[in-house]
Design a protein around this ligand. Structure first.
Ligand code: ADP
Ligand code: MG
Length: 361
């Protein structure tokens, strides 16, 4: 059984590692000859919209999926799962927000902005602070500017103007959460326990799960509505803000997600394995947490492996990427974390350790 994957980053690598156990073979397409997923299968090197390479990628494959979200939706192979329609919605922050609104899911106030005049109108309507985002191609906080005062509007327009934008009210959230969901080809659904996430400079740094059990029902309900609406197959992540004890949806990821990496070590079935089961039409596995887990991202460069492994129980995942500031190069999971081991890990990862203990489940 062969799975074709558009994209060969760390998400592809972890899909390949999960699938190898089930006897699956993988073929990836990525522009980089040193893509991480090359360690888990055959790698075709070239552009995502190269029709001939896409044909070769899909040739004889039993399922075709993606781990890279900016595959031009027009170039999507017909067998693609999750379906191209879900990909298209998730590629545009305005369409995501409109989907949430249509389904009665709360969001930050927002307005589409295409011109300088529309930016002034949107600021007048939404108020400050707000955050201006490019509608397409943003990730890890890229393509965003926070507006705290009217004086910042010009600079934000100079930085981001010229492409379709979205202005959102800045949500004074109590915390960030995400819900990971999976839907099979037969329509069966399952949800992992909510994950609490800490971002710094727009990049995910830490997650803990299970989190916020009192909001699990609300989160599953909103994720189920999105899955049904998009006739979804595979793993879906919805990023959430907790505000006044209720959930607001921030964005969708139509794929396995960084906030679900703890499921490799901390859940009965990982997000990667269940994604593969879903797209291949196999029975879904249990999404239960086997124990509380904490995950710390390694950003920029991997600390010395020996130091990471000295932290008892650390499950270390290294993606094999060249170091670069702001780049996700690995992650470490602690199952049944305690404050002291988490503090040591955060220190090694170069993260502030103040307050870390409060996030330990
Ligand atoms: N409207 C908002 N209110 C408050 N914080 C926000 C808002 N939008 C984004 N952020 C912060 O920036 C992070 C990254 O923004 P996000 O919209 O998720 O884009 P990306 O695609 O880069 O992940 C969020 O996880 C959150 O911490
Ligand atoms: Mg995000």
């Amino acid at each position: 059984v062969t799975v074709a994957v558009v994209g060969g980053g760390q998400l592809g690598l972890m899909l390949g590692l999960a699938g190898a156990r089930l006897g699956l073979r993988f073929r990836f397409l990525d522009p980089a000859a040193d893509a991480p997923a090359a360690r888990a299968g055959e790698l075709l090197v070239g552009a995502y919209d190269d029709a001939e390479l896409l044909r070769r990628l899909c040739d004889g494959a039993d399922a075709v999926t993606f781990e890279f979200e900016n595959l031009p939706a027009g170039a999507a192979p017909p067998q693609l799962l999750p379906p191209a329609g879900a990909l298209a919605v998730a590629q545009d922050r305005l369409h995501e927000k409109e989907l949430f609104r249509r389904l009665g899911i709360g969001t930050a106030p927002y307005a589409a902005v295409d011109t300088r005049a529309e930016l002034d109108d949107a600021v007048a309507e939404i108020g400050l602070p707000a955050v201006l985002k490019t509608r397409r191609f943003g990730y890890d906080g890229k393509g965003q500017a926070v507006l705290r005062a009217a004086a910042a509007v010009d600079a934000a327009w100079d930085e981001l103007g010229g492409v379709p934008l979205l202005l959102e009210g800045l949500v004074p959230f109590e915390r960030e959460l995400s819900v990971l969901a999976v839907r099979g080809r037969d329509g069966a659904t399952a949800f992992w326990p909510l994950t609490e996430n800490v971002h710094r400079a727009g990049i995910l740094r830490q997650s803990v799960a299970p989190a916020a059990p009192e909001l699990q029902g609300e989160a599953e309900e909103l994720a189920a509505a999105v899955l049904a609406e998009l006739e979804y197959v595979g793993v879906l992540a919805v990023e959430l803000f907790q505000r006044d004890g209720r959930l607001l949806a921030n964005e969708l990821a139509p794929r396995v997600h960084n906030s679900g990496h703890w499921t490799i070590d901390g859940a009965a079935t990982s997000q990667f394995e269940n994604h593969l089961r879903a797209i291949l039409g196999l029975p879904l596995g249990s999404t239960a947490a086997v124990a509380p887990s904490a995950m710390v991202n390694l950003v920029g460069e991997v600390p010395p492996l020996r130091r990471l492994l000295e932290v008892e129980g650390a499950r270390v995942h290294v993606y094999g990427k060249a170091p670069r500031p702001g780049r996700k190069v690995g992650h470490v999971t602690l199952v049944e974390p305690d404050a002291e081991r988490l503090r040591r890990l955060l220190e090694l990862a170069g993260e502030p350790t103040a307050g870390a203990a409060t996030i330990v489940a």
